[in-house]
Design a protein around this ligand. Structure first.
Ligand SMILES: Nc1ncnc2c1ncn2[C@@H]1O[C@H](COP(=O)(O)OP(=O)(O)OP(=O)(O)O)[C@@H](O)[C@H]1O
Length: 233
């Protein structure tokens, strides 16, 4: 459903991505991995039109969206949970969720306010709190809940469990697995590569803005030499 080819991205004169090919199929979970600074976030931003690639093409469900506004790319069924979570200072939990609500591109309304609260009961207890007054784990739940309110076909999670306590992290992983089971595709960036590779379908490793490995998650998980060389675990 998402297909990027030959992506070259620069910040000023510094080239960060060197001709990346990347795709996600309908319902597929892809683990996007690599050490710090290798270009994972930049690849996500390039595909979403947040950073403009200098060369390359991005297609969503066969439609060329290269150079389109982020909002119009997102409306094709994508939802993005950025690193840092992106809470609005003046909005409550309820407002964050309701503001995002819309049917999916195929008219689906699977994810409703009530279903998101069932998935994240902690949010139900804090509906009138400001998003910025929540704990880190609750903010991450709210970010994912807000993303689900758009009924996406592809959920993009950058550093899904970064900085969270182990128990909260476990809850987030549990929810991400449940979301996968509903058939939503995802791209997940996370430092907990072993957990991620346990349930992802495919893994992609970036080194200095190039894809050095793209294959079944199970095979990558067993390939200790690749993991140690390119990710350092
Ligand atoms: N806005 C920016 N302006 C200039 N350089 C940037 C900018 N954002 C990222 N970079 C640089 O681009 C390179 C790739 O960064 P990117 O954030 O895409 O990597 P990453 O793999 O997501 O790493 P991390 O896990 O640290 O976020 C790094 O060298 C980084 O310093």
């Amino acid at each position: 459903m998402l297909n990027a080819t030959g992506i070259h991205t620069y910040y000023g004169n510094a080239q960060v991505l060197h001709g990346i090919d990347f795709h996600v199929a309908e319902g597929e979970t892809v683990a996007l991995m690599g050490r710090n600074g290798m270009g994972k976030s930049t690849l996500l931003k390039s595909m979403l039109g947040i950073v403009a690639p200098r060369r390359g093409k991005v297609r969503v469900n066969g439609v060329d969206v290269t150079g389109h506004e982020t909002s119009s790319i997102i409306r094709r069924g994508l939802s993005y949970v950025p690193e840092g979570r992106g809470m609005f200072h003046n909005l409550s939990v309820r407002e964050h969720l309701l503001m995002a609500a819309r049917p999916g591109i195929d008219g689906r309304r699977d994810w409703t306010f009530d279903r998101v609260l069932e998935t994240f009961p902690r949010l139900a207890e804090r509906l009138d709190n400001l998003g910025t007054h929540l704990s880190g784990g609750e903010q991450q739940m709210l970010s994912i809940g807000r993303a689900l309110m758009t009924n996406p076909r592809l959920l993009i999670l950058d550093e899904a469990t970064e900085g969270l306590a182990p128990l909260i992290r476990r809850d987030i992983w549990h929810t991400i697995r449940a979301i996968k089971a509903t058939g939503i595709a995802s791209i997940i960036v996370d430092k907990n590569v072993n957990v991620l590779l346990d349930f992802a379908d495919r893994g992609v490793i970036l080194v200095k803005g190039e894809v050095v490995c793209d294959g079944p998650a199970k095979a990558i998980k067993q390939d200790k030499s690749t993991l140690s060389t390119h990710i350092g675990i």
